[in-house]
Design a binder for this molecule. Structure first.
Ligand SMILES: Nc1nc2c(ncn2[C@@H]2O[C@H](COP(=O)(O)OP(=O)(O)O)[C@@H](O)[C@H]2O)c(=O)[nH]1
Ligand SMILES: Nc1ncnc2c1ncn2[C@@H]1O[C@H](COP(=O)(O)OP(=O)(O)O)[C@@H](O)[C@H]1O
Length: 206
């Protein structure tokens, strides 16, 4: 076990902005970053795997997890529950690894209450028109669900001010590079703070 706790990174942004795409590319490159797999009651999409993309739960199972306080945060999004397993996040951070959450805004704000030291990143679309194109082109939602997701997107964008960083997802590789530089800067910042703190303690002992 490492001495230092890991850093919690939270990536949010409206549906279809490219969170999943950016996160997958980031994990192709990142070394010591652990992805927290969420729980959801939504149906599995073609190509998704239980325990890889999500842990798929019934509403009853999910409500049981809420009741037993096993979720760090949860939210209802377009008629389904989504939530982050508490034990995985706490244990992984305690073991010194960084943890990466990809969650929507309501949940991110709950995480902020518990982990104010977390690093909150908002992925922003180049335009609302482009956002709509991405959701439609992905082809995973009916037109009614696309409308719901766009309505949700407007509400989510209003909460952007609560985040530490905003990254525009114009091109995937640019967005990934920006997220990586945020991760590096946060580590440097922490090292600097620790050094200054150690020096302060040493000076006091003199
Ligand atoms: N609060 C919360 N939101 C989550 C969690 N997991 C995923 N989400 C978010 O739920 C929303 C819907 O996810 P999903 O159905 O996979 O659709 P997609 O993001 O449009 O591909 C997205 O904004 C996800 O980031 C979670 O554990 N907690
Ligand atoms: N920078 C980008 N430029 C163009 N298309 C993108 C970009 N990022 C993601 N996409 C596409 O947009 C759609 C939505 O991306 P996805 O990662 O599923 O979004 P989210 O997880 O935020 O809902 C996908 O078809 C994806 O291939």
């Amino acid at each position: 076990m490492k001495d230092e706790k890991g850093i919690l990174f939270i990536l949010s942004g409206p549906s279809g902005v490219g969170k999943g795409t950016v996160r997958k590319e980031l994990f192709e490159q990142a070394t010591d970053l652990k992805y927290s797999i969420s729980m959801t009651t939504r149906n599995k999409r073609p190509g998704e795997t239980d325990g890889v993309d999500y842990f798929y739960k019934s509403r009853e199972e999910f409500e049981n997890l809420i009741e037993k306080k096993q979720l760090l945060e949860y939210a209802q999004y377009v008629n389904n529950y989504y939530g982050t397993p508490r034990a995985y996040v706490e244990e992984t951070l305690a073991a010194g690894h960084d943890v990466f959450l990809e969650i929507e805004v309501q949940g991110a704000l709950q995480v902020k209450d518990n982990f104010p030291e977390g690093v909150f990143i908002f992925l922003f679309p180049p335009s609302l028109e482009e956002l709509k194109n991405r959701i439609v082109n992905r082809g995973t939602e009916s037109s009614e669900l696309v409308i719901n997701r766009l309505k949700e997107a407007r509400k989510e964008i209003e909460m952007m001010g609560a985040y530490d960083y905003v990254v525009v997802n114009d091109q995937v590789e640019h967005a990934v590079a920006k997220v990586q530089s945020i991760i590096q800067s946060e580590h440097l910042k922490r090292e600097r703070i620790e050094k200054q703190y150690k020096k302060l303690l040493e000076d006091e002992m003199k």
